[in-house]
Design a protein around this ligand. Sequence first.
Ligand SMILES: [Zn+2]
Length: 505
Amino acid sequence: MNTYQKRTAVLLLSFFVYLSLPARIFPAPLKGRGVWANPRDAGQTEASVAAFAEQLAAAHINTVIMEFKSSGGLSWPSRKFPEAVLPAYRNFDLPAILIRECHKRSIAVHAWFFDFAEGADSFVAKTHPEWRALSPAGKPTSDEILRGSPYRMSWMCPARRPGYTDQWLIPVIAEFVEMYEVDAIHHDYVRYPGDLAPDTYCFCDYCLQHLPEYAYYLSPTFPEKPLLPAAFDRPHLEAHWEKSSRILPSNWDQYSREMKSRFLLTGSSFPGGNHDLDYFFYEYRIHYVLEFVRQVYETVKKIRPNIEVSAAVFKNPLQSGRFIGQDWRRFAPWVHYAMPMDYRSHFSGDHETYLALLAETVRLQKAWAQDFAHLWIGVATIGIYDEERQPLQRLMRLMRDESSPPAALSADFGLVANKIRPVNPELHAALAKFLENGQDRAAVRQKLEEFLANLPASYVPPEKFVRTLQAVRDQQAEGIVIFSAGGLRSAGLWEAVGKFFSSSQ
Ligand SMILES: [Zn+2]
């Protein structure tokens, strides 16, 4: 071998060594570096919006998902729906300024819509109560109690036509896209309610009437005829399904709402057969969520052909299909970016367990999202510091309750004592002393309050959140979206995230 050949061989060899290095050492660049944000994060002056965009740019964020329709109302000066605009945005054009400032810095803006979640007192829920989703008792979700408190949200029925979907939500989204050069629209709450009983909605008048039509539970041509097979000539009851089109009981019209709801959810295709009608109930819900996603895509593409669509979805589409009508695998033709919310609060176990489950989940999501152009993984600051925060919050509650004895604090103090001591020895000593003698409650409480209000980085280390981002990156994810801008601020994580994104490009 001459020198030239030797050099070529060495070069080739290094190239193959480089190729065979684990992806961990040379991962692909992180194309998506996003954050979900609330209008409050951007403030209400041109200068504050520009400063917000500058902060995003400094943290190497290239996509901001800004909430423009919450459960309370709209955050832009809507011309067609002025009654639904939140007061602060009647005269302040946040989308126009945000889009301008972000585009100057090459940051894409996705407009985030709360789809089917409306506040109990929102303009549309009050003006059109008949569009709300109803339980078998005929009650809206706002009548539910969740963890001891009123639920406050009025979920709207996704299926009803004419109704909330075609008369309100799609026109609202269309107006936004007509008014603003936004890069994408973003679906959230694109589902049925799941934190309440997942089988309770929707049994509104429309769904009671329409679900049996959708699932073809009787022939509209022969509504009185049972239309059963001539002979039940097979050993298995359900084997006669194909010729059996009448599923509703003959006295269906006399059934109450509760009886109809129960039949549609727990009834059988054949009297005495399997309780299989829930299949059609879940399929009906999935169908109408998909129908909405399709109609939105077609509507916005007509207005702005280059526009894209993204969606915040639950982590497992098989389960969310069953429980909340959100089988997001089937969104792919009408949604470009799947953004599963893989938040720690959606998993069980400690942080280490979460990191392992997160890695496993991302691997599964790559298969579930195979038909999407993009899969960007959603992670949240919420829950990351539960171990550090929750014992302090419980201590605070006990300190506020004058009747609780000092000894009641010992378990929670035990959980955090070793973490507090090096960071704030004075607070550690004060708490330890209070546990001993029960004196100076007010002074100790104030020290604790001050500590909680501004937790130092040495107590809530940014590395813990960065490890979460790294766990996603190790799975070669195309993008990461962080919930949320406000969460990053309150946990003091902007700088750490900026560093991580900077090294991930
Ligand atoms: Zn309904």
